[in-house]
Design a protein. Structure first.
Length: 277
């Protein structure tokens, strides 16, 4: 049986070690803080590398983010105009890291379908692949990952809420009624873009299928088990796309279709869900 060289011992499971590889040509620096926070949910980013031609003026914003977030740049010159030269370098490094046997998973940050086969190859070796890309990412790459997160929701979470607009001050003469008060411009406060809530219908049939596969004889399913199955059949399913941070909150907003129960106490509390007829 083929095994990876220098494979980590099975007992070393305290922290999942992840390699984060970023395609600078197909990723935006505005999402980096939210992206690394998301990666932290799955494990420790032991390797953080970004690939691109950093002699280009297009990479100015990325240069500012590298030092702040301890990301190692891998310079790749554009040998031919109009060609993406970073793909091969990223793929070669990914395979080198794979065969060290030191990693439990890879985070591939790109909206490019050229990394589809890389994601498949990493999964064939038993590693978990997390994909990060924009909504325009081809479905082939999305489906090749174990979990795919759209970076639009990361950018929306990272933006702070705008401060409310201050009303215009009235002068003494205006207060005394000698001159009319200044007309206040109806300027709406700038709000950060919300997640793509309502941009697509909630996949009710898909959620019902996940509940059915994880349910007991009474039709109840553990939320965690049901969510894991849901991600296996739809890697890009994310409750934030429907305006909710957690799957439980999303299901609670649809009492017509789903029933929620919390069982147990303290740390043993578990959420169960059942589809309504």
């Amino acid at each position: 049986m083929k095994t990876r060289a220098n494979a980590r011992p099975e007992s070393d499971d305290e922290q999942r070690r992840l390699a984060v590889l970023i395609d600078a040509d197909n990723a935006q620096p505005a999402v980096i803080e939210g992206l690394l926070a998301e990666v932290a949910k799955y494990g420790v980013a032991s390797v953080r590398r970004i690939y691109g031609d950093f002699t280009s003026t297009r990479m100015t914003q990325w240069k500012q983010a590298l030092l702040k977030h301890s990301i190692s740049p891998v310079q790749q010159f554009a040998y031919t105009s109009g060609k993406n030269a970073t793909d091969s370098s990223l793929i070669i490094d990914a395979m080198d890291l794979l065969y060290t046997g030191r990693f439990d998973g890879f985070c591939l940050v790109s909206s490019d379908s050229d990394f589809t086969r890389l994601a498949q190859r990493l999964r064939e070796e038993g590693l978990t692949v997390y994909g990060f890309g924009e909504r325009k990412t081809p479905d082939a790459f999305v489906q090749a990952c174990d979990k795919f997160v759209y970076t639009e929701v990361l950018r929306a979470e990272a933006l702070p809420a705008a401060a409310p607009a201050r009303p215009a001050k009235r002068t003494r003469k205006a207060a005394a009624g000698r001159i009319p008060p200044p007309v206040e411009a109806a300027v709406a406060p700038v709000q950060p873009p919300a997640p793509a809530k309502g941009s697509e219908p909630l996949p009710l049939d898909l959620i019902r299928q996940a509940i059915e596969e994880a349910s007991d004889d009474q039709g109840w399913a553990l939320l965690g088990t049901m969510g894991s199955y849901l991600n296996k059949i739809r890697p890009n399913f994310d409750p934030r796309l429907y305006g909710h941070r957690k799957l439980s909150d999303l299901l609670r907003q649809h009492p017509r279709h789903f029933e929620i129960e919390e069982r147990g106490e303290g740390s043993g509390k578990r959420i169960h869900v059942r589809a309504r007829d």
